[in-house]
Design a protein around this ligand. Structure first.
Ligand SMILES: [Fe+2]
Length: 141
């Protein structure tokens, strides 16, 4: 089965910080890899999905810490609620991973849709706020 992109990066997702844009692209790549892993639907795919989901969780944590460090550095006033969104997301993902591992109530397709929608909404609604703040205050990252 040919691999298809499930979600494609668009310039409008840019938050004007190169390292963050790169990491957001990587998050979308991981979502695509997970999508393709769960399309196959056999045992090998399951193992593949398991590997990818672990690197995805690690990458998400790494990305959030990069972002939080930047927000701290620029004294972004909405750091606390932003951090809470990150925490809630990590918690939800870890719960889903647990469901996946125990073999209950886990629907891979639903999970990748959730990942895509969360990442894109979070960029558009929350990450764009620090972009706006940086532009307004003319701070350097
Ligand atoms: Fe964020």
């Amino acid at each position: 089965m040919a691999e298809e992109p499930f979600v494609v990066w668009e310039e409008r997702y840019s938050v004007g910080i190169q390292i963050i844009d790169q990491q957001h692209k990587e998050l979308l790549n991981l979502t695509n890899t997970l999508y393709n892993a769960c399309r196959k639907g056999d045992e090998a795919a399951k193992t593949h999905f398991k590997d990818v989901i672990h690197s995805a969780v690690e990458y998400v944590k790494f990305h959030f810490s990069t972002e939080e460090q930047i927000m701290e550095r620029i004294s972004f006033p909405e750091l606390a609620p932003h951090k809470k969104e990150h925490e809630a997301f990590v918690k939800k993902v870890l719960e889903e991973v647990k469901n996946f591992q125990s073999g209950k109530t886990f629907v891979p397709n639903q999970f990748v849709r959730f990942l895509r929608d969360w990442v894109l909404t979070h960029i558009a609604m929350s990450d764009k706020k620090y972009e706006e703040y940086i532009r307004r205050t003319k701070k350097t990252v």
